[in-house]
Unconditional design. Sequence first.
Length: 221
Amino acid sequence: MPTTLPGTTVTEELELTRGRDGGGGDSGLGGDGSEGSAGIPAVPQRIYITGMTVALGGILMFFMALTSAYIVRKGISFDWRPLVLPRILWLNTAILLFSSATIARARRYFLRDDIQGFRHWWGLTTALGLLFLIGQVIAWRQLAAQGVYLASNPSSSFFYVLTAAHGLHLLGGIVALLFVGLRWARQTRLTPATATEVVSIYWHFMDGLWVFLLLLLYLGR
């Protein structure tokens, strides 16, 4: 029996309803739920959900491999020095967690066909994501100012690798947010409902992953 993620059924029904209504007008994000741009038939949402699930599984395996290496290296190391984490990381975490709330709110507005509200909260999520990345760069600069670099110590090496890897994946999420927010979805077979669903899943995953990495870096020092 195929599995579905929370919200998938709702958005698929929304797409089908719009399709039966003969288009339902332009939502401002790429047309109705039955067709993509230029009248191209839309790919079923479950295809994108399945693809995203597979992609997230690969990302999770990648970070679990880094986590395993972190634990093993710390256990056999005689030169491991605990790293004092920059305080700004806690602010960055609060920003990212808040962005999960804003993207959830944006999606609720989308399901109500309130496109103005959707764009407001979606744009705020994008801004918070960028603010998080800026905060991460500040954290790296603070460590560099203390003379702590990538090759300074095994603990600092893992800090830079883990945070940079997460930052790159989050940057991909920001690109996806812009893709939807700037209506580039008009050029694809991806419907607005599917786009918001898939990007929201990815964003929540990145938020949860960061919390895990921060706890690993803090408790595993």
